[in-house]
Design a binder for this molecule. Structure first.
Ligand code: PBG
Length: 334
């Protein structure tokens, strides 16, 4: 693959780095606004429009605020947003009924955005944690996360989101068998065109901590998620999970978190050649913003370099809280 180069001075690698024009011509990977998915937090309880302390610049939004964000995304050329709900603790139950309520905040926001900004793709999150009194992604019984019982509820959640008009469903729960169950249910319900972007390789990561503050799951969560999310030491397992999810009917796959797992992104892209995404998660954003706020790194340079890294690692797109800032920087010629 790598050509053997004639020796110096015939080969001078710096020739193509000499001017900006030559560097542009020789650039292998690029970041475009079309590669971005913007995650936003939605709520109808008090606390909307207040910054999440561990995520500078990120606020929970009301329904109207979410519609404004959708308009902003469309105006910037961002192709998709992804919705995450923050629910009042009083709505959280052991059985998570609110998850498949057609009038929960996510489903109302989907309908409102589709009415106003129909061209924007809407992605959702499928997992029980925002609605679970136990803070887990699955049903909990006697301290055990139940798999098959959870999948049945996730399917109900998926159908409610599809009925509301979601374009892309994002199962982030890591239960076994959920992709097949959702795909079959979607087809049977006449939603064969709704796509699934599976969180196939989702690691049990401490980088999710700021997100759990944002969706109010930190206080509810008892224990950790290691019986369903991946062991950070593994990468062969990620390939098995991706193969499994594709066989079950996933249209796209995701690796999450992003930057600490770029090796996994590259392996997945090379092995399968399918639409591959990474989630630059809340902790990655928090770390980056902390450095910026301390004056230790330049915001735009750091943001764009981190996002370009995902493209170099083989990702077709990136879920990132930087999406609108990156869109603006790219529009300004970055
Ligand atoms: C929950 C979910 C999580 C994230 C997306 N969906 C957190 C978790 O698994 O605890 C994390 C996103 C982020 O950290 O930005 N199903």
């Amino acid at each position: 693959m790598t050509p053997i180069l004639p020796p110096f001075p015939t080969t001078r690698m710096r020739r193509l780095r000499r001017t900006a024009a030559l560097r542009d011509l020789a650039q292998e990977n690029r970041l475009s606004v079309k590669d971005l998915i913007w995650p936003i937090f939605v709520t109808d309880v008090a606390g909307a429009d207040v910054e999440v302390p561990s995520m500078p610049g990120v606020s929970r939004r009301t329904l109207e605020g979410a519609v404004r964000a959708a308009e902003e995304a469309a105006g910037l050329g961002i192709p998709a947003i992804c919705l995450f709900p923050y629910t009042d603790p009083s709505v959280k139950t052991e059985y998570c009924e609110e998850a498949w309520n057609p009038d929960n905040i996510t489903n109302r926001v989907i309908r409102a955005i589709k009415a106003r900004v129909p061209e924007l793709a809407i992605m959702t999150d499928i997992a029980l944690d925002p609605y679970n009194a136990n803070g887990h992604d699955g049903l909990v019984k006697d301290g055990v996360i139940l798999n098959d019982e959870t999948v049945e509820l996730l399917v109900k959640m998926a159908i409610a989101q599809a009925e509301s008009g979601a374009d892309i469903l994002g199962p982030s729960d890591m239960m076994d068998g959920r992709i097949l169950a959702m795909r079959e249910a979607l087809e049977a319900a006449g939603h064969g065109q709704v796509s699934i972007l599976s969180y196939s390789a989702k690691f049990a990561s401490t980088y999710y901590s700021p997100f759990r503050d944002a969706v109010g799951a930190s206080n509810a969560l008892k224990g950790d998620k290691k019986t369903y999310q991946m062991n950070p030491g593994n990468s062969d397992e990620a390939l098995r999970l991706v193969a499994r999810d594709l066989a079950e009917g996933a249209d796209m796959v995701m690796i999450k978190p992003g930057q600490p797992y770029l090796d996994v992104c590259r392996r997945v892209k090379d092995a399968f050649g399918v639409p591959t995404y990474a989630y630059q998660v809340s902790g990655e954003y928090a770390m980056a913003m902390a450095a910026v706020q301390n004056g230790w790194m330049d915001h735009d340079k750091m943001m764009l370099e981190s996002l370009l890294g995902f493209r170099r690692a083989g990702c077709d797109g990136i879920l990132t809280y930087f999406a609108p800032a990156a869109a603006r920087a790219l529009a300004n010629g970055a």
